[in-house]
Design a protein around this ligand. Sequence first.
Ligand code: GCW
Length: 680
Amino acid sequence: FAEDGYRMWLRYEPVADQSLQQQYRKSLQQLVINTDDATLAIAKQELQAGISGLTGQAIPHSRQVSEHGALLVGTPQSSQDIANLKLDLSALGPEGFRIVSADIAGKRATIVAANSNKGALYGSFHFLRLLQTEQSINSLEISSAPSVQHRVVNHWDNLNRLVERGYAGLSLWDWGTLPAYKDNPRYRDYARINASLGINGTVINNVNADARILTDQFLEKAAALADVFRPYGIKLYLSVKFNSPMLLDGFETADPLDADVQKWWQARVKKVYEYIPDFGGFLVKANSEGQPGPQDFNRNHADGANMLAEALEPFGGIVFWRAFVYAPEQGDRFREAYDEFMPLDGTFKDNVIVQIKNGPIDFQPREPFSPLFGSLEKTNIALELQVTQEYFGFSYHLAYQGPLFTEALNADTYAKGEGSTVGKILAGEVFDYKQTGMAAVINPGNSRNWTSHPFVQSSWYAFGRLAWDVNLTSAAIGEEWLRQTFNNDTGFIESMQEIMAISREAGVNYRMPLGLTHLYAQGHHYGPAPWHDKSGRADWTAYYYHQATKDGVGFDRTASGSNAIEQYHSPLDQMYAKPESTPEDILLWFHHLGWDYKMGSGRTLWHELVYKYDTGVAQVEKMQATWESVKDFVDTERYQRVKALLKVQLRDAKHWRDACISYFQSVNGLPLPKGSPKPA
Ligand code: GCW
């Protein structure tokens, strides 16, 4: 059959290394799971399929350890053998796991132990990852627990099955055949993919929400999906429209302080829990890009979020309330989320989590971190990342997002002195949050390989792994993904690591280097339109962001401009106050500088800009050459597809470079530096 990438990183192809193959066969003679629990039944299925694929040897199931080479999976509650081992599981929490090698009644065994069946499932997937990445499984001693509590994927799927910013076909949720056809294997495989990373929640519909999601018609469909996801440890959440009482039941108001509105939500939430007893909660986009919200009724975000939180509280549900807000009246879009949310710190209920995009504007190729991280001390927060490539060339460009995600997590907020990184804050290590979370907007649709571009899978993978462990590196995650998704050949991995390392930076370089931002054509966000378009909403035009004039370029966010830098803790506010101490890759986010401003390289700003655009194009050429060099290690289908897409990417990279350089040149009237653009 065609190798189309459907199996993602769960391929379970035969292990190539013969001595490891022997080791695995010897160590994996019997699978011992001593319960009929649905989650462990999934672990059993996955381990049996995975191990027989990887080793070419079936692993029979048994209820007790009776042979050397046992793989024992479970909890001290379900397995007397695990209880007898008296493993310390206290640091694992409800979802972590340990994997250890030990003897059980004189038999050599590998034990995957956890405090819950879900933890045991995560441990099983981790064990399979060890085999897939060709690690020795003799003398294992692994202990792992997730960094954050709520590890959630967000779908921007509409009820008509169009996916906002999805680029991978129609929505996975085939509403027309639900709830009848819930056994669609895609739903199970979707759940497997997420569970393999420890993802424990999914918001199945678009934040630009359709009120009908809360009607019986859709709730019974959503409930069918929740049934499929449940044994995989995945909770279902819904995006809701804030004025649902008006749209669904003719209310004249959706004022969160109105008693009838509150009762409406309480009743509706009760209904949701009748359909889905372990429902996760709501995700809300309010007073943003035309969506209704509490401000329409002269109330604030906390009033709105708390009203929903109160309705959900008796059932243990939570509210993810998004901080992605801005309006054209605002002087600087950068400032807005902070200015709206900071005064409300401490007023949100404990079951509210404010969900913040990594940067202050909108998933741009590079943003400084949102100053809300490190500032909201008394409000639970979650980070929102974007796996789908709205601003990275859709599913046509190769752009592994690991470097962007880790850049965001490793950013130091200095909230409590040096080392107060966004990752640590999210993990609840800096402030005492009641709930912690990470979310990512993913893009799977009915494309055969889920994400359309095979490498978008790597960013989904990176998100899941980082939500589990915020300290992982982008390179380590990239390597894991490559090994499982393609193969373990050292030469292949070494060559491909370079692609994993440069692809995101290439996307920055050929679109908007040195801290330029949002030079996209309005609406589709694919190609460039840096030109000064005076029609339409000011904060949706590129000029708003780059402010290029004859004298210079960049957005002044220092005291002489919008002073957004005051939203950062010291010493960042001082650092960003001066161009000399602002990192060059975010320079134009904070400063309006003359075209002849001297850069660290000795070049003028203008020349450096051109140099970066050229570099971006050269990096795509480099990726092409690398991909060509690994041809023999990749199946024909994926090789050809990526090769073809890289051609599209090169065409687009040149288009970006040429459009942006010509536009800026038309503004500054300066000649191009000698030898640029470099001949291809
Ligand atoms: O990035 C912008 C997108 C919108 C999206 C919005 C958001 C779902 O262009 O399509 O709407 O962000 O995050 O709410």
